[in-house]
Design a protein around this ligand. Structure first.
Ligand SMILES: [Cu+2]
Length: 145
């Protein structure tokens, strides 16, 4: 987390105020969604397509959201026949490249939701790249059977 906590608190508190950060240059977050989970779930997954429209590579160094205790980037992989998850320290997006946050691969772990979410709800998640951050609206949808 390279963003001063005071700046973050200001951003999260100031819903009506102008954003404290400029957007991450070139970053677009498409098809952002959260599979609906039981109301007691202490962690939710977040999926999206991250697109870098810019001419420069992007590095996402932190993710957070006001509705969650914390947000982690995870990588899922098969190890010894078992699905394993490990946290990622950040995410690189090449110029004009994209990275999928999807089931079975890289994804967001939205830890300790501050209230239950049901299908149709939405939550804003911030992707930080240095001093900038891009806000993305994640919609809660019924998980695919
Ligand atoms: Cu995970």
């Amino acid at each position: 987390m390279s963003v001063p906590l005071s700046a973050l608190a200001l951003l999260l508190a100031g819903a009506a105020a102008a954003p404290a950060f400029a957007d991450c240059k070139g970053l677009k977050v498409d098809n952002a969604w959260i599979p609906e989970a039981p109301p007691v779930a202490s962690v939710l997954a977040g999926f999206a397509s991250l697109v870098n429209d810019g001419d420069q590579p992007l590095h996402i160094d932190a993710v957070d959201g006001a509705d969650f205790g914390s947000v982690e980037l995870h990588q899922m992989s098969m190890e010894g026949g078992m699905m394993q998850m490990r946290p990622l320290q950040g995410l690189d997006l090449p110029a004009h490249g994209n990275v999928a946050l999807a089931e079975g691969g890289k994804h967001l772990m939205l830890m300790n939701p501050k209230h239950p979410f049901k299908a149709g709800d939405a939550s804003v998640v911030l992707f930080h790249c240095g001093k900038q951050a891009t806000a993305a609206r994640f919609t809660v949808k019924a998980a695919q059977p």
